[in-house]
Design a protein around this ligand. Sequence first.
Ligand code: GDP
Length: 179
Amino acid sequence: PAEPGRPYRVVLLGASGVGKTAFASIFGGAADSMDSDDCELCEDETCEKTIEVDGEPATVTLLDTWDAETDGEWAQECYMQTGDAYLLLYSITDRASFLRASELRITLRRFRPAQHTPIILVGNKCDLVRRREVSVTEGRACAAVFDCKFIETSAAMQHNVWEAFHGIVRQLRLRRDSK
Ligand code: GDP
């Protein structure tokens, strides 16, 4: 049975180089899909597909256009307004990207005041153990302050990436069910 309503729009945010493209290609191309083919709509850096989460299908449109450094204010505002949920990525090997994630969280709050928009703070590249600049404790503390969930991932090892996508769908469902 299909879920009611339009697909969930999930936006990837984060400094450049943190792994947004890697996340999008795992989402777009992976074996977790219920479709037999890979994602067919991977144009314009958006990708729509139906995945199974907790035994129920969920259709997700993933948006990966926004590069915080190169796109301007317009794109920023557009993405801050159109997403149903956000994966806020940083790289555990890059403290500047962690600070950037905090800034993005604050901007997001400005655009989505008083809305319980699901957000997961994602510390990517956790395979690069020896280059770690941001500890798990710091990541978790930051997520607590910002009132969002937290997960560490490795797109390179395909570790926890689907957990992040499934986590965001679970939060979207909780929000939908509480309405
Ligand atoms: P974007 O700018 O946020 O889209 O970042 P990309 O997805 O293009 O990734 C930037 C670089 O980091 C690329 O060379 C990726 O191969 C690499 N990368 C992305 N995720 C990981 C990861 O989890 N571990 C490692 N070791 N490298 C990664």
